[in-house]
Write a protein that binds this ligand. Structure first.
Ligand code: FAD
Ligand code: ZN
Length: 229
């Protein structure tokens, strides 16, 4: 109770399976007394492109544009665009970040990747000068909750997709761990389009059940072994 949760949601259709998973998370976490904020990226028409427009006012170096340098400098002088500042505030306040999305090309949808690219600015989310321990978003948890088209058997070491953990490496380790955020076990609903109505209901109940004891969970050991052993 009293915990703050930010759900970053990337699906176009509220009636989708992802929409149902979102609804469940909002309802269950609210019921627990958490305060829940949703960034509904398609509904917000969130800009996924990392461009000059993300910097308000003058550039640090107008001769040759460097997005990383410019956003870092803009962050320090309070010169990031309003939509980024708003998202950063939500991240800053959150104890838990949940990402809810359908798997697109073994990855997150572009609109969500754009959120990562633009919101997690140097100086705000990480600091390269702090060597390996440069993550600035300490004491936060993250959880990747997603759906697939392929079945679970496809995403095993021997399957044609390979272990699902391979696709989690860039998201959980490359982004969240890099920023100092701890990672909870992912929540994966395999092939909601291809299973029976009964199985779909079961998957939704399983998500509700998991959320009930979420705050008791320990983060994973987010090291290469977890992904590739
Ligand atoms: P939906 O089609 O919205 O939902 C499935 C079914 O659940 C629907 O019949 C819906 O009506 C029903 N439903 C919704 N709510 C409820 C409820 N409350 N109770 C019961 N039923 C309900 N897949 C891969 O595995 N790997 C990939 O690399 C990959 N790349 C892709 C790339 C692109 C560009 C696209 C478009 C798809 C890709 N896919 C891939 C497939 C994609 O991951 C799936 O289509 C997606 O995960 C399905 O989730 P959904 O929420 O869109 O399902
Ligand atoms: Zn890691």
């Amino acid at each position: 109770p009293g915990k703050k949760v930010l759900i970053v949601y990337a699906h176009q259709e509220p009636k989708s399976f992802n929409g149902s998973l979102l609804k469940i998370a909002v309802e269950e976490l609210t019921k627990q007394g958490c305060s829940v904020t949703v960034s509904d990226l398609y509904a917000m028409q969130f800009e996924p492109r990392a461009t000059r427009n993300d910097i308000v006012g003058h550039l640090h170096n107008s001769e040759a544009f460097n997005y990383g340098v410019e956003t870092w400098e803009a962050y320090k002088r309070g010169g990031l665009s309003k939509d980024l500042v708003e998202e950063q505030k939500k991240v800053q306040e959150a104890d838990l970040l949940i990402f809810q999305f359908p798997l697109f090309w073994f990855n997150m949808p572009a609109i969500l990747k754009g959120w990562m690219d633009r919101v997690l600015v140097q100086g705000f989310a990480y600091d390269l000068s702090k060597a390996c321990d440069g993550g600035l978003l300490q004491d936060k948890l993250s959880l990747f909750s997603f759906t697939t088209g392929g079945g679970q058997e496809m995403y095993s070491k021997q399957g044609i997709g390979g272990d699902i953990r391979y696709v989690l490496w860039p998201m959980q380790h490359g982004i969240m761990h890099f920023c100092g955020v701890k990672v909870l076990e992912p929540h994966i609903c395999y092939a909601p389009e291809n299973v029976s109505e009964e199985k779909r209901k079961e998957m939704l109940v399983a998500w509700t059940q998991r959320l009930k004891t979420l705050w008791k969970e320990k983060p994973i050991d987010c090291s290469p072994e977890w992904y590739f052993k």
